[in-house]
Ligand binder design. Structure first.
Ligand code: ZN
Length: 150
């Protein structure tokens, strides 16, 4: 378990240091900003949805803690090429992963590398850091300019 924890941490640190899909996106069809006042994380998600309803490109920009940046980076990798309904389903699974009871074994089927955020459930203060990018992406896809964080 300690090895796994270290691996998880290494993945988060790597994505924080070298975020994937970072920067502006030309010809974006959807865009929204997210702000987490608890931690000061701020990011903007831009994406391009193709004629078949697939998010074929997405990028993010902004500032925040390691968790929020790594989560945005891993999210962009995970959802690229998916349909909006698939992304909604992934978000539900991810939300459950990071908010589930710490005494239950985390379920991460279908989430791939996003499983590294299972440890967040032990730190309720960090849940908004981990879900900010997802809220912003959903806001963008729903045509809102700003994400609501619950
Ligand atoms: Zn944060």
């Amino acid at each position: 378990m300690d090895d796994l924890r270290e691996l998880y941490q290494a993945t988060i640190l790597d994505h924080n240091k070298k975020p994937r899909n970072y920067g502006p996106l030309e010809d974006a069809t959807h865009e929204a900003a997210g702000h987490n006042p608890l931690c000061g994380d701020q990011l903007t998600i831009r994406c391009h949805v193709d004629a078949e309803g697939r998010v074929d490109a997405l990028r993010f920009e902004g500032q925040g803690c390691a968790i929020s940046r790594a989560s945005a980076s891993l999210m962009t990798e995970h959802v690229k090429g998916k349909r909006i309904e698939e992304i909604d389903a992934d978000f539900e699974r991810f939300h459950e992963l990071v908010t589930g009871s710490p005494s239950e074994p985390p379920r991460s089927e279908g989430l791939g590398k996003l499983a590294v955020f299972a440890g967040v459930r032990e730190f309720p203060m960090r849940v908004k850091c981990a879900t900010l990018a997802w809220h912003a992406l959903r806001a963008a896809l729903e045509g809102r300019e700003e994400a609501k964080t619950e």
